[in-house]
Design a protein. Structure first.
Length: 140
């Protein structure tokens, strides 16, 4: 299923584009913890989904990190990226791109219900979204 369609279904179902609200309503646990230079990660153990977010990030980066990890939980629910990187030759680049596209669709393209309408410059500066990714989405 295309990412844009999947995000549209989520926004319609949960009546929000807030990744924290969506995660909570989906039963995904969100944990804030010191992660050093790591923004966050998604884990699943014994059918329990957890989004880990670096507690030292500003709110906007926590928001985009939560959206990114929510993307992983929805688009790649059974994958363990850390294991794949460490123990296989499988490239996780595609998964990361898909999770980044999920962020853009969830936070910036759902204008009808978004409380977070921002300019491209704000998306890049405040939320840490890749400039290339935003322009790719706009001009496709």
């Amino acid at each position: 299923m295309k990412i844009k369609k999947k995000v549209g279904q989520l926004v319609k179902k949960f009546k929000t584009n807030d990744p924290f609200v969506i995660a909570k309503q989906m039963g995904i646990i969100i944990v804030y913890e010191p992660l050093g230079s790591i923004l966050g990660y998604y884990s699943k153990s014994h059918r329990t989904k957890v989004i880990h977010i670096n507690e030292s990030l500003p709110y906007e980066k926590q928001l985009s990190t939560c959206a990114h990890e929510l993307g992983h939980s929805i688009l790649h629910p059974g994958d363990n990226a850390a294991f794949l990187k460490a123990n296989t030759l499988y490239s996780t680049e595609k998964h990361e791109l898909e999770a980044n596209l999920f962020v853009v669709e969830l936070l910036f393209n759902q204008c009808s219900c978004s409380n977070n309408l921002v300019t491209i410059e704000e998306a890049i500066e405040r939320y840490g979204v890749s400039k290339q990714l935003l322009y790719k989405e706009i001009y496709e």
